[in-house]
Design a protein around this ligand. Sequence first.
Ligand code: DGL
Length: 281
Amino acid sequence: MNNLKPSSPIGVFDSGMGGLTVLSELVSALPGEDFVYLGDTARVPYGSRSPATILRYSREVSHHLLQFNIKMLVIACNTVSAHAESILREELTCPVVGVIHPGARAVVSQSQSGRIGVIGTRSTIKSGAYEREIRKLNGDLSIFSRACPLLVPVVEEGWMDKKLTRQVLEEYLSEMVREEVDSLVLGCTHYPLLKKAIRDQYPELKLIDSSVETARAVAQELKTRSLLKQGPDSSNPATSKGSVRILLTDVTDHIESLERLFFRHPFQSLEEVHVEEIREV
Ligand code: DGL
């Protein structure tokens, strides 16, 4: 990790477009930084794939991002964090921050009843990664987990305020609510867009948004490692606006509308990088 420079960009990796919710929080928290986002839209979703495939794709994408001399890799995907984070941390030549630890830390500090809900893709929930991380912080908590595979397509359709969405949420969440969880971890990049719908239906639930917590963790980690980008007069952090570059492994007609859905900042043009190029790394 010798060549890390404060002026280098931060790499951000997701299986597709959902990680733009994390990138939105990162840009808000660190507006002077430069970001390179790589979304593997040609192979999304990862959430229904096997651990071996998720690891293989994650290695390819993150090694490709190293070519941009990134000073840090942010895994903006719960499924990748669940299956590949510890391995990537050992293999990569830059620090790695995932979404699971920040989300786990926030829920442990915010839950008052000690009864916690976690929702995510099938693969994230099956991995037990959130439970492990939460139990490492506090072994006495009761955790209720549920895979919610229908929520990703519901969000991508933009159906945040539909009767069907309310029915799907009820199907997935009513059991945990009966179990009296007081806090719910939104353990998937897409779920922050459902915050209002969940709040309207279950106003008593505290919602933990991993993307917000991850942005805080990244800012802290950069500060600790003296890697925050500096301003032209060496003021720390940079005051001028940073840049955002979005690379995707497949750009379809629908992709621009997904950027508008998931990315809160001004629209960025989308560049294509073929999966074959990534595999060559
Ligand atoms: N980005 C994924 C996650 O946060 C959701 C989409 C997918 O299944 O790839 O788990």
